[in-house]
Design a protein around this ligand. Structure first.
Ligand SMILES: CC(C)(COP(=O)(O)OP(=O)(O)OC[C@H]1O[C@@H](n2cnc3c(N)ncnc32)[C@H](O)[C@@H]1OP(=O)(O)O)[C@@H](O)C(=O)NCCC(=O)NCCS
Length: 221
């Protein structure tokens, strides 16, 4: 696959994508401080973490920033250096990293999920009452994958807001509407976040369904 997220982001956001299985599990592409965070992890986690770091470094280099070193905070969020913002996502078969200049965008969020229906027993955990009412109004055959897309949009929106607020949010903090035909979605805050977002504020993102994957992305300007 050449690119999953490429149509979802404006061209001032640098994007790199790859299959994490192509990356070594020996941590050799990482700096010592990056490697320290996954030294005890299993091979799969080492590969996906390595892929994310290498791709983020390559994306930063596209913006003229060489030698990006990216470690995560205690909640696992990457600590982007002064002047840059970005996002990383991975699933078993795909990984993407997006990086932008803080002067161009305030935040970025990416998420990728396997395109399998969200299990109905998870719906109440992931969905607000508004989400559930919207899902019930969709054609029955589409509800499972739309619920998965909604989950993915919440993960992407969560990552993007975290860069601005450092707030942990539960899944009921936002309601999401997917417009599958337009390849877009809107997340509306049901709870405030960090003095930055009020109830009713909206984040708008893009989505794509291809190669057995669902990708969601947003940029906050
Ligand atoms: C953190 C979380 C969003 C990660 O999502 P995921 O689907 O499990 O995994 P992904 O591969 O898509 O993303 C993982 C990457 O996200 C990044 N990340 C992790 N926490 C983050 C945060 N708080 N903010 C921004 N980016 C974060 C990291 O780069 C991580 O990869 P790495 O550990 O290799 O560096 C998810 O595990 C989580 O905690 N979700 C609950 C919170 C939530 O989504 N609330 C919804 C609000 S409406």
């Amino acid at each position: 696959m050449s690119g999953l997220f490429v149509e979802l982001l404006p061209d001032y956001v640098a994007l790199r994508e790859a299959d994490p299985r192509e990356y070594p599990s020996d941590l050799s592409p990482l700096t010592p401080e990056e490697a320290a965070l996954v030294e005890r992890a299993v091979d799969k986690r080492r590969r996906e973490y390595t892929a994310g770091r290498v791709l983020a470094r390559e994306a930063a280099a596209c913006l003229g920033v060489d030698g990006l070193v990216l470690v995560n905070d205690e909640r696992r969020a990457p600590m982007w250096p002064e002047g840059l913002v970005g996002s990383i996502t991975h699933t078993r078969t795909w990984c993407a990293a997006a990086v932008a200049r803080r002067a161009d965008v305030r935040s970025v969020g990416l998420d990728v999920e396997q395109d399998a229906p969200l299990r109905p027993k998870l719906w109440d955990t992931v969905c607000t009452r508004r989400d559930l009412a919207w899902l019930q109004a969709q054609p029955e055959a589409a509800r499972g994958w739309l619920a998965k897309a909604l989950f993915s949009a919440k993960e992407a929106a969560y990552k993007a807001q975290y860069l601005l607020t450092a707030q942990l949010l539960g899944f009921h903090a936002m309601s999401v509407r997917i417009d599958a035909e337009a390849g877009s979605w809107r997340a509306t805050f049901e709870r405030p976040s960090g003095g930055e977002f009020a109830v009713g504020d909206v984040l708008e993102g893009r989505m794509r369904r291809a190669n057995g994957l669902i990708a969601t992305a947003l940029v906050i300007r």
